[in-house]
Design a protein around this ligand. Structure first.
Ligand code: 3PG
Ligand code: MG
Length: 418
């Protein structure tokens, strides 16, 4: 890697400001916020243990949710400190702020190997604005900067970018953590010259989220398999009826361009040949955002490329599962991002689960390298208990996508060159 990593540092007796991504899902239970998935915390343990072993004094900074400059107690990092202490098997001190005299005093009293977690950096508006004065305040406790927050590296915020600049200007070192290093290796280097066939599976709701990724991967992949609601924008582009399926009518030109490029580049571009459809019905129930919950009635297989007027496409069908599984079985490198249908609903999770199984099988049986680009595909794999059967699962959502698009991530760019 062209950037310094924690292995290049000498941190003994130094205050190391470590940016981590502890933006984990929480649920309220009996008035307490409870962590429902601690993957992102666990994934930082190698970096933290390494730095502790090297005698660093760790000051961890993170964001949680989007409190927009308010001290919203439901987005406090306090419960994370407790979980981290459990996982690390050592005390983790918690500061109820991320800047200020009290924080400086606590940080100054740390001994080699001690760990302090700061309160949510987004309690300050200046964080997301990457305000230079705020970055200076954060940097007061930092002699060395480490970024292990791959999931937030696409944000040019004060704690992900600004602090690094301040530390570097003072002559301090800024390095990638071990998780950051792994993410960049698997989503970057490993896909530069992939073992072939290189099969890419893309799903999710919108084509617009994936345009750049599709375009870039069309230069590298041998086959691209499309699923999820975004498949319907492709169908629309091909002149089929899409009924009540989720489509982006203004993106059909992009869909057409992708299909044309696949032909020119000789990339197999597979779209669903059958699907599971259902009739959407609004219920009286409201979701978390206050919108009526939609239920799907009369779900059935559709083998016609046209979707009936009253129905929406919700999952890939059995023939598609078969075709996609065959492609995946031949692969030597697999990249998967995005579910094949409305997988949160068990009825429409069959396609996504089948793809998860096919990816796990190819990894185990033919030694394919399988890389999962974060977000919902990771959720689906974990739900199917197949998380440990793939080569790599990213902790990033938006960051993985932007990195796969070929973007330079601000949180990485700010680190010291080797
Ligand atoms: C994420 O969960 O995607 C990252 O932590 C970034 O969070 P954000 O999208 O609120 O910036
Ligand atoms: Mg996000």
């Amino acid at each position: 890697m062209a950037k310094l990593t924690v292995r290049d540092l000498n941190v003994r007796g130094k205050r190391v400001f470590v940016r981590v991504d502890y933006n984990v899902p929480l649920e309220e239970k009996d008035g307490q916020m409870v962590i429902t998935d601690d993957t992102r915390i666990k994934e930082t343990l190698p970096t933290l243990k390494y730095l502790i072993g090297q005698g660093g004094r760790l000051i961890l900074a993170a964001h949680l949710g989007r409190p927009k400059g308010q001290r919203d107690p439901s987005m406090s990092l306090r419960p994370i400190a407790a979980r981290l202490a459990d996982l690390l098997g050592r005390p983790v001190a918690f500061a109820d702020d991320c800047i200020g005299e009290k924080v400086e005093k606590t940080a100054g009293a740390l001994k080699d190997g001690d760990v302090l977690l700061l309160e949510n950096v987004r309690y300050y508006n200046e964080e997301e604005k990457n305000d230079p004065a705020f970055a200076e305040k954060l940097a007061k406790v930092a002699e060395v900067y480490v970024n292990d927050a791959f999931g937030a590296a696409h944000r040019a915020h004060a704690s992900t970018e600004g602090v690094a600049r301040v530390v570097a200007k003072r002559g301090g070192k800024c390095a990638a953590g071990l998780l950051m290093e792994r993410e960049l290796k698997f989503l970057g280097e490993e896909l530069e010259k992939p073992a072939r066939p290189f099969v890419v599976i893309l799903g999710g709701a919108k084509v617009s989220d994936k345009i750049k990724v599709i375009d870039r991967l069309l230069d590298k992949a041998d086959a691209i398999l499309i699923g999820g609601a975004m498949a319907y924008t492709f169908r629309l582009a091909q002149g089929f009826k899409t009924g009540k399926s989720l489509v982006e009518p203004d993106k059909t030109d992009v869909a057409k361009a992708a299909i044309a490029k696949a032909t020119t580049k000789n990339v197999k571009f597979l779209l669903p040949v059958d699907d599971i459809i259902g009739t959407p019905v609004k219920t009286d129930k409201l979701d978390k955002k206050g919108k009526p919950v939609i239920e799907y009635k009369n779900s059935r297989t559709n083998r016609d490329m046209n979707c009936p007027d009253d129905a929406a496409g919700l999952d890939i069908g059995l023939a598609t599962i078969q075709a996609y599984s065959n492609e995946i079985a031949k692969a030597k490198t697999i990249l998967w991002n995005g579910p094949m249908g409305l997988f949160e609903n068990k009825e429409f999770s069959i396609g996504t689960n089948a793809v998860a199984l096919a990816v796990a099988d190819a990894t185990e049986k033919s030694g394919a390298k399988s890389i999962i680009g974060g977000g919902d595909s990771v959720k689906a794999l974990n739900k199917a208990k197949l998380g440990d059967k793939v080569t790599f699962m990213s902790t990033g959502g938006g960051a993985s996508l932007e990195f796969l698009e070929g973007a330079v991530l601000p949180g990485v760019a700010a680190l010291s060159d080797k």
